[in-house]
Write a protein that binds this ligand. Structure first.
Ligand code: GLA
Length: 391
């Protein structure tokens, strides 16, 4: 079994050292965390609710001004460089610089940046694991530029800038959850976000007797991004079909099962199944929040298993590796809840487990995963942390 450690990160120090070596400067450093989501998957772009939290894995991004109009970026983790002119930003041809460039491009819609800048960044959010390392990078970049050029954006503006960078520059039509969670995270709290009104509350989440374990399949299927955009279109189609009879329905948040049965089922069965998942997940999330208020993690955990079933059978965004990881724990009384997390087609499952049983569960699941797939899964025990900050 390979286990990631959860030691205090050396990234801020390493970034300062590298910055000095490459550019002879002392940078501002922004830290922006990855996220988990307890329940409420694929609901953000359907104007439903989500229940994410920022975690103790983050991207750190150091930045300082240059005298010319060049952007010089160094990635510590890829040991790779990218240069661009501030007046001629276009997709880089490799993915990692685009999250940074996409944010610059968004900010340039409202501000002329007077200088180029140097960047060194890195972090311990495993890429491709569904923990939103890309959103964390976008938010770190937004906060860093905001501070460096004194742009005066509010936190919510920076969330939207990160999301727009991903939608328009990277081309993934993601909702607002990942960037929101990264920015508005609060230690030991979940965020109950209403994605329609953008009102949110921090819900206390104590981990005295439990652990949050992420089991990483280490697969990311290549259709993930296109299938994500396709799910969005299918939900929009469901809304259109309902609107013919109920023009007041603006999103699946306003729909109910009866409407789906009457206006969608006979026209398009695939769209019907996708929308049925969304409408039932909205209800599940609200029930789950009531469970949390009563501190009833057993009932909450059952809802997580139900969410997995919906994502697997109706929304069809799971994959055999994720299903295996959920199957391996679903009859274990020490696992209160488990499900695939995030966009799907790979990445991690999230497991709420009794603290004293965690080691034994990890061992058992790791062994079974290895013998079934030939791949060693990774395990991350995560804590819930504060959102983006600049130092
Ligand atoms: C990805 C997207 C989010 C959200 C989740 C699914 O993480 O970036 O906006 O839609 O998938 O809940």
């Amino acid at each position: 079994m390979i286990k990631m450690n959860n030691m205090i990160s050396d990234y801020p120090k390493n970034i300062r050292n590298k910055f000095k070596e490459l550019f002879g400067q002392n940078p501002l450093i922004a830290r922006s965390p990855g996220r988990i989501n307890m329940i409420g998957e694929h609901l953000d772009y359907n104007m439903g609710f989500v229940l994410p939290a920022a975690i103790n894995k983050a991207i750190w991004l150091g930045i300082q001004k240059r005298d010319d109009d060049t952007i010089c970026i160094h990635s510590l983790d890829y040991n790779d460089d990218f240069h661009a002119s501030i007046d001629a930003i276009s997709p880089s041809g490799k993915l990692w610089p685009d999250y940074i460039l996409g944010v610059v491009k968004q900010i340039q819609k409202t501000h002329k940046l007077s200088h180029g800048f140097n960047i060194v960044f890195g972090g311990d959010i495993p890429p491709g694991a569904g923990l939103s390392s890309s959103a964390a990078l976008e938010c770190a970049m937004g906060f860093a530029l905001n501070e460096l050029f004194r742009l005066d954006y509010a936190k919510m503006d920076l969330v939207r800038i990160g999301q727009a960078a991903e939608n328009e520059f990277v081309g993934v039509k993601c909702g607002i959850m990942d960037q929101f969670a990264s920015v508005f995270g609060k230690k030991e709290h979940l965020i109950r976000l209403d994605c329609r009104s953008l009102e949110y509350v921090h819900v206390p989440f104590h981990t005295n007797n439990i652990k949050i374990l992420l089991f990483d399949t280490r697969v990311k299927h290549s259709l993930a991004d296109s299938a994500y955009n396709e799910r969005r279109e299918q939900c929009e189609k469901g809304v259109k079909l309902i609107q013919e009879y109920h023009p007041e329905v603006k999103s699946l948040r306003d729909a109910n099962q009866e409407m789906l049965d009457l206006y969608v089922k006979t026209v398009d069965d695939t769209v019907y199944r996708r929308c049925t998942y969304v409408v039932s997940e909205i209800k599940r999330l609200l029930n789950g929040c009531e469970d949390l208020e009563k501190d009833d993690l057993i009932s909450f955990g059952k809802l997580m298993f139900e969410t997995h079933a919906g994502l697997k059978d109706l929304y069809k965004v799971s994959c055999k590796e994720l299903d295996l990881l959920v199957d391996l724990v679903k009859d274990n009384p020490d696992v209160l809840g488990a499900r695939m997390m995030g966009g799907g087609f790979g990445g991690c499952t999230i497991n709420i487990v009794r603290a004293e049983a965690a080691e034994a569960i990890i061992e058992k699941v790791s062994d079974a995963y290895l013998s079934n797939t030939g791949t060693e899964m990774l395990v991350y025990e995560v804590g819930i942390e504060d959102g983006t900050e600049v130092s």
